[in-house]
Design a protein around this ligand. Sequence first.
Ligand SMILES: [Zn+2]
Length: 246
Amino acid sequence: MNLLINVKTWTRGTVYDPGQHFRERFRRQCPCCGYSGHFVSSGKHKIDAFRCPNCESRPRDRQIALMLREANENLSGKTILHFAPEWPLFRALKNEPGYVGGDIIKRPNANAVVDITKIGFPDNHFDVLICNHVLEHVPAETTAMDECLRVLKPDGYALFSVPIARGRATTWDPPPGTPPQEIERICGWDHVRLYGEDFADRLSARGFTVTPVTYPADLREKHALFDEDIFYATKSGAVWKARAEA
Ligand SMILES: [Zn+2]
């Protein structure tokens, strides 16, 4: 047990939501650190079982860790570009020689400054891209997707996820001139669009071959995940070749 993280997570969760310790709770398992026990609800929204008290993981951190674990993926020796790194995965990977944890500004949980719309690496450089809850913050979405495609190796893969409004067929891009308060009300804090079920189509349109991965309800319960897909994307050879030759 990481005592420092435990005290911090527990205290923060308790300040926001003291009642959580008196509600019925289930034991959960954290695929980031292996902890098993009660998670802590956190933040103003009081989402139950939000953070792991041992490594601070959130649902979005755990869904990526679980995917890598289930795929028995060994990232050692690979070139990895991880956008806006989540703490648990950053801690696990930061000493790998091929790992770039990049954020748009300098942060403690990043070892590089990387702009997803202008990635300072050569074509076909990375084996793995991890882009978890990033694109909803990026205005130039197609440029960002094109850049991800460019730096991904032909036999590499990218993991994308964004919050998706379930049941909404198409993504809402705010028309020019929409007041910022209205965008925030509809899309959420700091989000620039509201994604619908067409997220995979948007990736495909930029040249990725996309496979959505959905966790069954029992796994979501066990690891306290949101009802959210991860999109496993590879480089579509034909589209990339046409673009490179254009
Ligand atoms: Zn954990």
